[in-house]
Design a protein around this ligand. Structure first.
Ligand code: GLN
Length: 305
């Protein structure tokens, strides 16, 4: 097949370069505040792992909440439906780090992609594997074909030093018995997870199992077709927090953002994508990243709708 995607993403990069407004890098994690909002990269991975890229597509950045997709997939593969007794799958309509729903919903977070839900997922992964961040690293290295993929311990330390809100979430959930790993250990695992450094090429490839209906890069089954559909559905409805409605409207794909400025997106049965630009909007999603994915689905007609 001719490289259908390359001219499309080249055109998007040219459009983005002249688009006004880039947002601002996350500053509540000091190590992320230094990122340059003018950086932009985009990669598209075919089902066989062939990657097309443009701009800063090979530049590693802080994956942050994008990792929540991978920990969710690992826990679903290991323990299946039991997970849904501990975390919901409804959009929260609240910011990603909000505490407000947790009390009246008895310590069961709305979904696995807000911080509260991700802490529960990481707790379960840690109990299932004995080393949640290690399991994530092994998975990301294998799926991205990048054996050097690693955590940025400087980001882990920065987030640990400014992690009061996540600590509050974890202690509060633990008070309901919905987290059982000791909170300091859980936070260490979670902050390391968020500090995974990966490029657009790495993350587009790593998300490939969701485009292949649950099949890993080596051909083995991580998730059944039905479970892969479930993960994609939760990404569509909850992956960009309280902007998930607007993201579905503009992009029309399952997607997951992170405050490092990355967003992964999936066209089931066709390809997986990752865009990166560190400037965020007020909901914590990359401004240029959402714009680029919006252009991608408009130009190609590839969407789940
Ligand atoms: N590490 C970040 C946090 O816990 C992840 C948030 C995000 O990427 N939306 O605050």
């Amino acid at each position: 097949m001719p490289p259908f995607f390359q001219p499309v993403i080249d055109r998007i990069a040219a459009d983005i370069a002249t688009a006004p407004g880039r947002g601002r890098p996350a500053d509540y994690i000091p190590a992320l505040a230094e990122a340059d909002p003018q950086r932009f990269g985009m990669a598209v991975a075919e089902l066989d792992g062939t990657v097309y890229g443009v701009g800063d597509w090979q530049q590693p950045f802080s994956a942050q909440s994008i990792t929540k997709v991978f920990t969710l997939a690992l826990v679903l593969s290991l323990e299946g439906e039991t997970l849904w007794e501990h975390v919901g799958r409804e959009p929260s309509g609240n910011p990603f780090n909000s505490l407000v729903q947790l009390e009246y919903e008895h310590g069961i977070p709305r979904n696995p992609f807000i911080n509260a839900g991700a802490l529960v997922v990481t707790d379960r992964l840690h109990r299932l594997t004995g080393n949640a961040s290690g399991a994530l690293q092994e998975f990301l290295r294998a799926e991205s074909s990048n054996p050097l993929l690693d955590f940025d311990e400087r980001v882990t330390a920065s987030e640990t030093a400014h992690g009061d809100r996540n600590a509050a979430l974890a202690h509060f959930i633990a008070s309901y018995g919905n987290i059982t790993t000791p909170v300091p250990e859980l936070l260490h695992q979670y902050f390391r997870q968020c500090a995974a450094e990966a490029s657009c090429a790495d993350l587009a490839r790593a998300a490939g199992f969701l485009a292949r209906h649950g099949i890993r890069a080596d051909g083995s089954v991580l998730l059944s077709r039905s479970k892969a559909k479930q993960v994609n559905a939760v990404m569509l409805t909850c992956g960009t927090y309280d902007a998930a409605g607007d993201f579905a409207y503009r992009v029309g794909l399952p997607g997951k953002s992170g405050v490092g400025g990355g967003i992964i997106a999936v066209v089931p049965g066709r390809c997986s994508l990752c865009v990166w630009s560190p400037g965020l909007d007020e909901r914590g999603n990359s401004v240029a990243g959402v714009a680029a994915l919006d252009r991608f689905t408009t130009l190609t007609g590839l969407s789940v709708f």
